[in-house]
Design a protein around this ligand. Structure first.
Ligand code: GLN
Ligand code: ZN
Length: 756
C-alpha cells in the first residue's frame, strides 16, 4: 500500500472572507438565525469539497467554527461560566456571549493560541461545573459531510490534555480530578463518532511541544491509558504541532493508533529522534512536512528526501503526509493575487496551493518512475529554484552595524526628571492607545482612493478632516495626551509594510486573528530598509491643532516581524534588526518634526516567545535589543511609550523592564486583574498605564467599575507613574461607544484625583 495524505484543518474565513461577512451580518441583526446556519453550512461544505477536489485522503471535520474551536469544545463539555449559565438561553446566544460578552457578564478571557496570532477563548472551569456533553457538534459535522457530500471525514478535536492545559479556574493539583471528570466526556464523544463510522479520530495535543514536567507526562499517560481501556476498538491519532516533542519515546509509545509530528518547526529534533529511536511498527505516523504557518512554496525536492528518510523508518502504508499544523494560519488561495510581481508569486503557496503540494509529493512518492509525475514535479521545483535565486534574496551584511546604540543617553531616573519639567502632565494622565473608530466611511474612502477613484489630495483632505474632528473630541472629553487616530492606516503592520523596502503587501492574504477579525500580514521577502517618512505628515498635522501633546504612533520591530509572513532563509533576529534600523530613521524624522512623545507598539512581543523554555531567553534578548535599537537615539526629554495587549507578563517582566520605555500601556481588563497580581511581587518603577476597560466588547464601561480598576492598580503600582487608558486601540468600536467610554474613563480618573 502506498502513502496517503491527511489534513489537519482548513482556513475558516472563505476565499473572499464570506465567513466573516456572514458572522458580522448575523451580529448586526441582518441575518436570521436560520439563514446564518444555512450560509455557514454552505461555507463549511465548500471547504470539504475543495479538499476532496485536491485529493486529500483524510479530510478533517470539527475544525470549522463560528468563532473558535476551543470555545466549541468548552461548550460541548458544558464548561460554561456561571455568569452565562443562569438563564436558559439559545446555545448560539450563550456561545457568542462567552466570546463577546453580554448583559449577563464580561466575555471570557481570550489569549494567543501558542506562538501564533490566532486567539482562542480560554475555557473557565468552576466549582459547580456539571460534567456532561451538551451537543456533540463534531458528530454533527461528521454526519453532515457523509450525508451531503459522501465524504468519510476524519473528526478532529482538541485533545483532553491540551484542553485542560489551556483552561483556567483550577489549580495545578486539581488537574487529576478534573481529568477524571473530563475524560469520560471525551469517551462519549469519541464513541459516538466511532459508532457513526469514523475510522480515524484525531486528538490535537499541541501542548506536548511545550516544556513539560515529569508530572505532566504521567498525567498524559493516565489520560491516554484510560481512553485506550474504554475505547479499545477506536483508532485515535494523537497530533502534535508547532515544534518538536521533548519526551519522544514516552509519547510515541502511548496506546493510540497514530502519532502526528511536526517536521518543519522541529529544528530537526523530531527527525533525529525518529532515526535514533525508531517508530512503533504498528502505528501510523502523521508526518507534517509542509509548513502550515508560512506562505512560501515547499522545496519539494528537499521535502521528498525528508520523506525518503522517514520511509526508511516507517513503511509507506503507515505514513500520512500532511501540513505541519492546521492551515488556519495561512491565507486561502493565491487565485486573487493579481498584483504581485511574478518573481515573488513564484515563491508563494497559500492553503490551496499547499494541498496541491501534498498531492504532488504523494504522487511522486507512490509513482517514482511515472514520467508525467516526474515532469510535473520537476517543473514545480524549477519555480522554487527560480525564486531562491532571485536578486532580492541576496543578503545585506548586517555584521557591521553592531556599534549602533541600544542605550539611551540618560538613565530612566534622569529622564523622568527632565520629562516632568518638559511635559507638566497632571496626576494620572489620561490617554488612548492610538486608533479611533475605523467607521465605514473611513474604510470606503480608503478603498476608493486605492482603486484610483479618488485622487491623493481628496483622500488627504478626508483624513485631515477625521484627525481634526477627533482632536476636538479628545479635547472635549478632556484627555491629557492625544493621538491622531490612525485613520490613514488599514492595519498597524501592513501600513508600515507598504512603506518599507523589502516588504510586499498582498491583496487577499487574510488569516483569522480572533473571532471575525482577520489580518492580512505583509510579506517580508527581501532586505528591509527605510525609504521615506511614514507617519510624520499626519502626526505633525494633528499636533498643529492642539496645545496638548500628540503621541507619534509606530509599530515596533518585533511586532512587525511577528505579524508578517517572514522569509525563512535568514534568521528572524537579522530581519528584526533590519526593521529596527529602518524605524530609527522614522523616529528621528518625528523628533525633527517636533513630535517628542513617540509610542512604539509591541503587542506581539510575547507571542513570538518560543514554546520551549530553554529557547526563550535568546529570543527575548534579541527582541529587547531590537526595540532598544529602534528607540535609543532620541533626546532624553523625548518620551518613549510602548503598548502591549493580551499577554501574560509575569514570566517576561524582566524583559519588559529592559525595553527601557518611559511609559508602557498594557491590557488588564480582560485578564481579570491577574496582571495586578503580577505587580504585587514585581516592582515596576517606570510609567505604566493599565487598561481600565475592555475595548473588544461593545459594552460601555461604567465609571464605578473603572474607578475600582484604577484604585486596585494604585495599590500595587507607584501612583506618580500611573497612566489611565483603555486596554487597546479603539478602531473596532463605534464613535458613540468610544466617546461615551472615554468620557466615563475621564470622569473616573477625576474622581480618583479628588479622593487621592
Ligand atoms: N496603536 C494601535 C491601535 O491603537 C495598537 C493596536 C494593538 O495593540 N494591537 O490600534
Ligand atoms: Zn493592544
Amino acid at each position: 500500500m502506498a502513502l496517503r495524505t491527511s489534513q489537519l484543518g482548513y482556513p475558516r474565513i472563505g476565499e473572499q472572507r464570506e465567513w466573516k461577512r456572514t458572522l458580522e451580518a448575523y451580529w448586526k441583526g441582518e441575518r436570521s438565525k436560520e439563514r446564518f446556519y444555512e450560509e455557514m453550512k454552505q461555507i463549511r461544505l465548500s471547504h470539504l469539497q475543495k479538499q476532496r477536489d485536491a485529493h486529500v485522503d483524510y479530510i478533517p471535520v470539527g475544525d470549522f467554527s463560528f468563532y473558535d474551536h476551543v470555545l466549541d469544545t468548552a461548550l460541548m463539555f458544558n464548561v460554561i461560566p456561571e455568569r452565562f449559565a443562569k438563564s436558559p438561553a439559545d446555545p448560539l446566544d450563550t456561545y457568542f456571549a462567552m466570546a463577546r460578552g453580554s448583559d449577563d457578564g464580561e466575555a471570557c478571557e481570550m489569549t494567543k493560541w501558542f506562538d501564533t496570532n490566532y486567539h482562542y477563548i480560554v475555557p473557565e472551569f468552576h466549582r459547580s461545573w456539571v460534567p456532561k456533553v451538551t451537543t456533540n457538534y463534531i458528530l454533527q459535522a461528521y454526519e453532515e459531510a457523509k450525508k451531503e457530500l459522501g465524504i468519510e471525514a476524519k473528526p478532529v478535536l482538541v485533545g483532553p490534555f491540551t484542553f485542560l492545559k489551556l483552561s483556567k479556574g483550577y489549580t495545578d493539583n486539581e488537574f487529576p480530578q478534573l481529568a477524571e471528570k473530563l475524560v469520560p466526556l471525551y469517551e462519549q464523544v469519541i464513541s459516538e463518532l466511532y459508532h457513526a463510522g469514523a475510522s480515524l479520530i484525531q486528538l490535537d495535543e499541541p501542548s506536548l511541544v511545550t516544556t513539560l514536567s515529569e508530572g505532566d507526562i504521567e498525567q498524559l499517560k493516565g489520560i491516554y491509558r484510560e481512553l485506550a481501556e474504554k475505547l479499545p476498538e477506536v483508532s485515535l491519532l494523537l497530533q502534535t504541532y508547532f515544534g518538536s516533542i521533548d519526551h519522544f519515546e514516552q509519547i510515541v509509545s502511548l496506546p493510540v493508533k497514530g502519532i502526528g509530528l511536526d517536521f518543519i518547526h522541529d529544528k530537526g529534533v523530531n527527525l533525529q529522534a525518529i532515526k535514533a529511536h525508531g517508530f512503533p511498527e504498528d502505528k501510523l505516523l502523521g508526518a507534517g512536512i509542509i509548513d502550515g504557518r508560512n506562505i512560501w512554496k515547499t522545496d519539494v525536492r528537499d521535502t521528498l528526501s525528508l520523506l525518503t528518510e522517514l520511509q526508511e523508518v516507517v513503511p509507506s502504508e503507515h505514513l500520512l503526509v500532511q501540513p505541519s499544523s492546521s492551515l488556519l494560519h495561512v491565507p486561502v488561495t493565491l487565485k486573487y493575487e493579481t498584483k504581485l510581481d511574478q518573481e515573488l508569486l513564484n515563491g508563494l503557496a497559500y492553503a490551496e496551493e499547499k494541498l496541491y503540494e501534498l498531492h504532488l509529493l504523494k504522487t511522486i512518492s507512490n509513482h517514482p518512475t511515472d514520467e508525467a509525475a516526474k515532469q510535473t514535479f520537476e517543473e514545480y521545483q524549477q519555480s522554487v529554484d527560480t525564486f531562491k535565486q532571485a536578486p532580492f534574496r541576496k543578503l545585506t551584511d548586517i555584521s557591521t552595524d553592531s556599534d549602533l546604540p541600544t542605550e539611551r543617553t540618560h538613565t530612566y531616573e534622569e529622564r523622568q526628571g527632565l520629562q516632568e519639567k518638559k511635559w507638566h502632565l497632571p496626576f494620572l494622565p489620561t490617554t488612548t492607545i492610538g486608533s479611533f473608530p475605523q467607521t465605514s466611511d473611513v474604510k470606503r474612502t480608503r478603498t476608493e482612493w486605492r482603486r484610483g477613484e479618488l485622487d491623493d489630495d481628496t483622500y488627504d483632505t478626508f483624513v485631515k478632516g477625521k484627525i481634526e474632528k477627533w482632536i476636538t473630541i479628545q479635547e472635549e472629553v478632556g484627555l491629557d495626551v492625544l493621538v491622531h487616530g490612525e485613520f490613514e492606516r488599514n492595519d498597524m503592520v501592513e501600513y508600515f509594510g507598504e512603506k518599507l523596502n523589502g516588504f510586499a503587501v498582498t491583496q487577499n492574504g487574510w488569516v483569522q486573528s480572533y473571532g471575525s477579525r482577520c489580518v492580512k500580514p505583509p510579506v517580508v521577502y527581501g532586505n528591509v530598509s527605510f525609504e521615506k517618512p511614514m507617519t510624520v505628515k499626519e502626526t505633525e498635522f494633528a499636533q498643529s491643532l492642539t496645545k496638548k501633546p500628540v503621541k507619534g504612533m509606530l509599530t515596533g520591530p518585533v511586532t512587525i516581524l511577528n505579524w508578517s509572513f517572514v522569509r525563512n532563509d535568514i534568521p528572524n533576529r537579522d530581519v528584526t534588526r533590519q526593521i529596527a534600523k529602518a524605524l530609527v530613521e522614522e523616529v528621528k524624522a518625528l523628533e525633527q518634526a517636533g513630535i517628542e512623545m513617540i509610542q512604539m507598539d509591541e503587542p506581539a512581543l510575547r507571542e513570538g516567545l518560543p514554546l520551549k523554555k530553554h529557547e526563550q531567553q535568546t529570543y527575548l534578548d534579541w527582541a529587547v535589543e531590537a526595540f532598544r535599537l529602534a528607540t535609543a537615539q532620541v533626546k532624553p526629554t523625548t518620551q518613549i511609550h510602548t503598548h502591549m495587549c493580551y499577554c501574560e507578563f509575569h514570566d517576561i517582566i524582566d524583559s519588559i523592564k529592559a525595553l527601557d520605555a518611559d511609559v508602557i500601556s498594557i491590557e488588564t481588563s480582560r485578564s481579570h486583574g491577574e496582571l495586578i497580581e503580577t505587580f504585587k511581587t514585581n516592582v515596576y518603577d517606570k510609567g505604566i498605564g493599565l487598561g481600565v476597560y475592555d475595548i473588544h466588547s461593545p459594552q460601555i464601561p461604567n465609571v464605578e467599575k473603572m474607578l475600582n480598576v484604577i484604585k486596585q492598580a494604585l495599590n500595587v503600582l507607584p501612583a506618580q507613574a500611573f497612566w489611565v487608558n483603555p486596554d487597546c486601540g479603539l478602531k473596532t468600536r463605534t464613535e458613540e461607544q468610544t466617546i461615551a467610554a472615554l468620557k466615563n474613563m475621564v470622569t473616573a480618573t477625576k474622581k480618583v484625583r479628588e479622593e487621592w
